[in-house]
Design a protein around this ligand. Structure first.
Ligand code: SAM
Length: 279
């Protein structure tokens, strides 16, 4: 298999360091370095950027990020078994790779990073969604990252990029598209991974907007969107009843029919509703 650097092929790395995949850590490794370099390229121009990578595993994507010119990669890996393999990569790219053996849900990586920062990761699904929501809901906007390039189950990628009126349209689409551009940039079949998962995967690329697409208070927007989609088959005048007194008046003022259901309401209308409730 072609290689993008002078390090050994990833199959040899896995064998040398006995990195048998652990299901409990969601380990499905990418061993094709051409593929990992292609994923790294989806993150945009990496030169002059620090890259935060979560879950480097044996380092296939890490090698892609470094080969594509990242100024520095900070890689956070929970599984200590991967550290010797990652140390070999660090030696091949002096001063450009820092590895922290930690749980990404527990660690604040910001003290180790300098702007501009891109985040790139191939993570287990549950950790990935949790981190995505955290990255999209910082205390203030713009966030610490300029882009997020993340592998998800394809079904989750569809929920992130869904358009109004589709079955996948919901909280994750609103959250992702309110303050970022979100695109699905690659799909990968199960066979791309070792071991292969049961479902297809997709890479989503999100670029932070300098400010929200439409003004709204984040907490109020979150509340109305959550209430609307938690009972997505109900008419909004019923599903939003608990959100504010006179909800029908607020809906009409936001140009939303009280008899509509959540999935036909555009992002701009959700934001207008959140503003109207606060006014
Ligand atoms: N990036 C590698 C690749 O593409 O081949 C590995 C991807 S594998 C799907 C997910 C990686 O995330 C594993 O190496 C796993 O040990 C690591 N991981 C799982 N949970 C984690 C967590 N909470 N914090 C940091 N790393 C985690």
């Amino acid at each position: 298999m072609a290689t993008i650097d002078n390090l050994p092929p990833l199959r040899d790395v896995i064998n040398t360091h006995d990195l048998r995949a652990k299901k409990s850590l969601g380990q499905n490794f990418l061993l094709d370095l051409n593929l990992t370099a292609k994923i790294a390229r989806q993150a945009g121009d990496l030169t002059g950027c620090d890259v935060l990578e979560i879950g480097p595993g044996p380092g296939g994507l890490t090698r892609g990020l470094l080969a594509e010119g990242a100024r520095r990669v900070l890689a956070i890996e929970k599984d200590a078994r991967c550290l010797p393999a990652l140390a070999e990569i660090g030696a091949a790219y002096p001063d450009r790779l820092t590895v922290l053996n930690a749980d990404a849900l527990e660690l604040n990586p910001l003290e180790h990073l300098n702007a501009p920062i891109r985040v790139v990761a191939n993570l287990p699904y549950n950790v990935g969604t949790e981190l995505l929501v955290r990255w999209l809901t910082p205390a203030s906007w713009p966030p610490f990252w300029s882009s997020l390039t993340l592998m998800f189950q394809k079904e989750v990628a569809q929920r992130i990029t869904a358009q109004v009126g589709s079955k996948a349209y919901g909280r994750l689409a609103i959250l992702s598209q309110w303050r970022a551009d979100a695109k699905m940039v690659m799909t990968l079949p199960p066979e791309a991974f070792t071991p292969p998962p049961k479902i297809s995967s997709a890479v989503v690329h999100l670029t932070a907007l300098p400010e929200p697409r439409f003004p709204a208070d984040p907490a109020v927007l979150n509340r109305v969107v959550a209430a609307g989609f938690n009972q997505r088959r109900k008419m909004l005048r019923a599903s939003l009843k608990g959100v504010a007194p006179d909800i029908e008046d607020h809906l009409i003022a936001a140009d939303i029919k009280p008899t509509d259901r959540a999935e036909v309401v555009h992002l701009e209308q959700w934001c207008a509703l959140a503003r109207n409730i606060l006014a």
